[in-house]
Design a protein. Structure first.
Length: 88
């Protein structure tokens, strides 16, 4: 499963496409400022549930913020729970 990433100066997303090129999972974020991203939405289609897809999207986000030395402000409940648990 390939995680795609699209990013510009305002916002971005990590996503998965199915064989037809349709987006079937996504984690979206926007920049609150030049050093902080707000991860505000995660979606995984029913066809992919239970396969760890949301966690793979989360891990891609964490790699991105680490590599770019960004701060994370998670307002998506899923991302907020994972972030809190991982940073205790």
């Amino acid at each position: 499963m390939k995680i795609h990433h699209q990013n510009n100066e305002h916002d971005g997303e990590f996503y998965v496409l199915n064989d037809d090129g349709e987006k079937v999972a996504e984690l979206t974020y926007f920049y609150e400022n030049e050093k902080t991203v707000n991860a505000h939405h995660t979606y995984v289609s029913d066809s992919l549930r239970g396969q760890g897809v949301a966690d793979k999207l989360y891990q891609a986000l964490i790699a991105f913020i680490t590599e770019n030395k960004l701060n994370l402000h998670p307002t998506c409940s899923y991302i907020a729970r994972k972030w809190e648990r991982d940073n205790r």
